[in-house]
Design a protein around this ligand. Structure first.
Ligand code: HEM
Ligand SMILES: *[C@@H]1O[C@H](CO)[C@@H](O)[C@H](O)[C@H]1NC(C)=O
Ligand SMILES: *[C@@H]1O[C@H](CO)[C@@H](O)[C@H](O)[C@H]1NC(C)=O
Ligand SMILES: *[C@@H]1O[C@H](CO)[C@@H](O)[C@H](O)[C@H]1NC(C)=O
Length: 387
């Protein structure tokens, strides 16, 4: 029992440390990009908050500006990179006047202007059009030395835009047909790619605030530890450690199992509640599958928790059926949980390393434990046959 408590306390401590040491945001830009902005005589530059984009600019007066956008992107065959301004009160996709550079499968780079209307979100084709911003010297280029794709342009903004609070956004996608860019991915990086910037000072107000970012981190950590680590460990305790370390330590595995599941349930439920809040707070997007899986996981784990009071006594004739049900639901939950954690990782960041690490861990732990059990079982059989 004390060792189980220790695990829970240790994990809680880890969690609080990781939320205190929050990552700082750097407003300057990378060295490679900085050198490129100098070549173009840009006076200011900064890293944008998502997708690895960086932004350089100059203002000549309140309406004449030069913009320079760059990012290290890897387009498999075709791809597109976009930057735009939105004259409405919010930095959102609909209503944006955009410059979109397209890399064609034959390797040529082409840039055009586009007006993004509400129909585009509903599935209409996004085709080049004139925009109310006057654009000169528009270029879409690739630098072999730095591996950056860049967009450059000189803009003359009509008076509806105010460069002390300019709504701008950036985006990238991995498919295009002729001059029609196809839908971008919808990870958080792709939907948080907008802000309101003051071009005089470089300060900006992100469309997603710092507190929301912290809550997302908390949501991810609580769920991964609660549902993803403690609960599976509880199942492992019940499946593999019934007779370990000594043959007659039945109470020991049971205490470990129950405290891991209770700890996992408490952490997971807090993470789930934060997730509910996050889902309610995001007006522009929703992640349907992630949400439904989360609801199922919460309901089924709650059902499993009833085991604490509803479990039939050991000599009850229903105990056998109850055990089958409890085990079946437990294993089904493990599947749902891992699928939803992968889904969550995909939403947070389209980065496959996390995914690979997580899958690798699950597969190796399962294989290791299962083979130990089977080896034990075979040795036991051999011994019995020898007798
Ligand atoms: C190529 C055609 C495009 C399609 C079909 C498309 C579709 C969508 C959809 C369906 C969403 C909502 C995502 C979700 O709910 O999961 C979205 C969000 C978003 N898109 Fe696009 N998009 C396109 C092009 C662009 C371009 C060129 C930009 C930037 C210049 C852009 C910037 C954004 C941003 C910032 C969001 C976040 C939410 C918002 O502001 O509404 N998109 N897009
Ligand atoms: C802003 O500067 C540009 C180029 O330097 C010039 O052509 C334009 O007339 C200026 N506009 C205003 C409103 O001063
Ligand atoms: C732009 O916005 C700032 C602050 O909101 C305001 O003080 C300024 O007068 C505005 N400029 C124009 C040209 O509308
Ligand atoms: C490459 O393909 C695009 C779109 O299909 C076309 O507009 C462009 O002219 C092509 N470039 C070359 C060099 O063939």
């Amino acid at each position: 029992m004390p060792s189980c408590h220790f695990t829970v306390v240790f994990i809680l401590a880890l969690f609080s440390i990781s939320t205190i040491s929050t990552t700082p945001y750097y407003y300057s830009c990378s060295e490679d990009f900085f050198l490129m902005t100098r070549e173009r005589n840009m006076k200011q530059c900064k890293k944008l908050s998502t997708l690895g984009f960086e932004f350089g600019w100059n203002y000549h007066n309140g309406s004449f500006i030069d913009v320079f956008i760059g990012a290290k992107l890897q387009y498999p065959v075709a791809g597109w990179m976009a930057w735009g301004v939105n004259p409405h009160d919010k930095p959102q996709m609909v209503g944006t006047r955009a410059l979109i550079g397209i890399k064609h499968p034959n390797g040529s780079l082409i840039i055009k202007t586009y007006s993004i209307t509400g129909d585009i979100k509903l599935g209409c084709k996004l085709l080049p059009s004139k925009i109310d911003v006057e654009v000169q010297n528009m270029k879409f280029e690739y630098s072999i030395q730095t591996q950056y794709y860049t967009i450059f342009a000189t803009l003359s903004l009509p008076s509806v835009y105010n460069i002390s609070r300019l709504n701008h956004l950036w985006q990238t996608g991995y498919a295009a047909l002729g001059s029609e860019p196809k839908m971008h991915p919808s990870t958080l990086q792709n939907v948080d790619s907008s802000e309101t910037i003051n071009l005089y000072t470089g300060r900006s107000k992100q469309s997603v605030g710092v507190s929301r970012r912290h809550l997302r981190t908390a949501h991810a950590i609580l769920n991964i530890i609660g549902w993803g680590v403690l609960m599976p460990s509880g199942v492992i305790a019940a499946r593999y450690f019934k007779k370990f370390p000594f043959e007659n330590m039945t109470r020991w595995w049971f205490c470990l199992h129950v405290s891991l599941q209770i700890g996992g349930y408490i952490l997971g439920t807090s993470g789930w509640a934060i997730g509910l809040w996050l889902g309610g707070a995001s007006k522009y997007y929703s992640f349907g599958a992630h949400r439904i899986l989360a609801m199922l996981i919460f309901s089924f784990t709650s059902l499993q928790m009833f085991a604490l009071c509803l479990r039939p006594k050991a000599d009850d004739e229903y105990r056998k059926y109850w055990n089958i049900y409890h085990h079946f639901l437990g294993y089904a939950l493990l599947v749902l949980i891992s699928v939803n954690i992968l889904e969550g990782i995909a939403i947070l960041k389209a980065d496959h390393t996390w995914r690979k690490i997580y899958i690798g861990l699950i597969v190796s732990i399962t294989l290791a434990l299962e083979s130990v059990t089977w080896i034990k079982f075979l040795i036991y059989k051999l011994k019995r046959n020898a007798k």
